[in-house]
Write a protein that binds this ligand. Structure first.
Ligand code: GLV
Ligand code: MG
Length: 324
C-alpha cells in the first residue's frame, strides 16, 4: 500500500440513479416509490429556461413534502456559466434539510467545485444545517475530462463522479447514434481467414473516457457511476452497457426512464453465487491465518490478497443491499 491514505466517500448504494425533471411534479411520487437508490431532481437540461423558476419551487416543495424514504436525494443544478445556478443552490440548500447531494453538471475545472464548496459552506453555516451536502460531479466535456483528477480532489464534499456521455459526445464532436450506445463505425476488421472471410467487430467508443473517469474517481476515493443510455426501449442494450461499466469499475448507472431502474439494480447487485463464493474466499483465508499459512488455495486456484480485497468489497456491497 502507498503511504498516502485516500479517504473514502461515505457509503451509499448508487446502483441506479433516477433522473426526474423538476418541471414535472407529477413524476415525483412515483419516483419516491421506485426502487432507485438515488433520485436526482433536475433543474438543468431537462428543464426549459422559462420553466426554471417554477421547477425550483417544485423541487423545494417536493423535498419537504414527499416521503422519499431512505433514498439518497440529489438536485442537479444549472451550470456555473448560467445565471440560474446561484439561485438553484441558495434555494435548495437553504430550504431543504432532506437534501443529501448536489449534482454539478459540466464540471470543467477544480475551481468550479471550489466555488460551489464556498457557496454551500456559507449557506450551511448561516442556516445551521445538520446534514452536510455532498457533491456528485458530471464529467461531460473535453475540459472536464482533461482536468478529471483535479476535479475529483477539489473538495471534501466530493462523493461521486458520473460519465455524462451525451454532452461528452457533443463536446468532443464525436459521432453518435444512440446516447451511451455503440457506433457502427467504431470497430475493427479482422484479417481474412483461410477462405478470405473477414469479421467486423464492434468496439466500445466510450471505453477510454469511462475508464479514465473511473481511475480519477477511485484514486480520490469517490464512487464512479455511468451516465445515461438513451434508448429506453432497449433493455438488453442497457444491460450490456451497464455490465461493461461494472467491469470497468462503475458501481451504478443512471436511469433516464423508470424501466431502467430494475436493470441497474440487477446488474450492479452481486448475485447470490458471487456472494457465496466471496464468503468462501474469506472463510478459507481466515482458516489459513488460524493455521499460520500465508497462501491459500480454493477450488484449485490460488487466492491472494487482491482476491481477498475483492471478496470483501463484494460481501460489503451485499450487506449494504440487504440493509437498504
Ligand atoms: C448527462 O448529463 C449527459 O450529458 O450525458
Ligand atoms: Mg449532460
Amino acid at each position: 500500500m502507498s503511504f498516502t491514505v485516500v479517504d473514502q466517500a461515505p457509503l451509499r448504494l448508487n446502483r441506479s440513479e433516477l433522473a426526474v425533471p423538476g418541471s414535472n411534479p407529477k413524476l415525483f411520487e412515483k419516483a419516491a416509490r421506485s426502487a432507485a437508490d438515488v433520485v436526482f431532481l433536475d433543474l438543468e437540461d431537462a428543464v426549459a429556461p422559462d420553466d426554471k423558476p417554477q421547477a425550483r419551487k417544485n423541487i423545494v416543495e417536493a423535498l419537504n413534502d414527499v416521503n422519499w424514504g431512505n433514498k439518497t436525494m440529489s438536485v442537479r443544478i444549472n451550470g456555473l456559466d448560467t445565471h440560474y445556478m446561484y439561485r438553484d443552490v441558495i434555494d435548495v440548500v437553504e430550504n431543504c434539510p432532506r437534501l443529501d447531494l448536489i449534482m454539478i453538471p459540466k464540471a470543467g475545472t477544480a475551481a468550479d467545485i471550489y466555488a460551489l464548496d464556498m457557496l454551500v459552506t456559507q449557506i450551511e453555516t448561516a442556516k445551521g444545517r445538520d446534514k452536510r451536502i455532498g457533491f456528485e460531479m458530471i464529467i461531460e466535456s473535453a475540459l472536464g475530462m482533461a482536468n478529471v483528477d483535479e476535479i475529483a480532489r477539489a473538495s471534501k464534499r466530493n462523493e461521486s463522479m458520473h460519465f455524462g456521455v451525451a454532452d461528452y459526445a457533443a463536446s468532443i464532436k464525436a459521432r453518435t447514434v444512440n446516447i451511451g450506445g455503440p457506433h457502427p463505425d467504431y470497430g475493427v476488421l479482422t484479417d481474412p481467414d483461410a477462405e478470405g472471410a473477414r469479421d467486423y467487430v464492434w468496439g466500445d467508443p466510450w471505453h477510454y473516457a469511462l475508464s479514465r473517469m473511473v481511475v480519477a474517481a477511485r484514486a480520490a476515493g469517490l464512487r464512479a457511476v455511468d451516465g445515461p443510455f438513451g434508448d429506453f426501449s432497449d433493455a438488453e442494450g442497457y444491460r450490456a452497457a451497464a455490465r461493461r461499466a461494472g467491469v470497468l469499475g462503475c458501481e451504478g448507472k443512471w436511469s433516464i426512464h423508470p424501466s431502467q431502474i430494475a436493470l441497474g439494480n440487477e446488474v450492479f447487485s452481486p448475485s447470490d453465487e458471487e456472494v457465496a463464493k466471496a464468503q468462501r474466499i474469506l472463510d478459507a483465508m481466515e482458516e489459513a491465518q488460524r493455521d499460520g499459512r500465508g497462501a491459500v488455495a480454493l477450488d484449485g486456484k490460488l487466492i491472494d490478497i487482491a482476491s481477498i480485497k475483492q471478496a470483501e468489497v463484494l460481501v460489503k456491497k451485499a450487506e449494504e443491499i440487504a440493509a437498504a
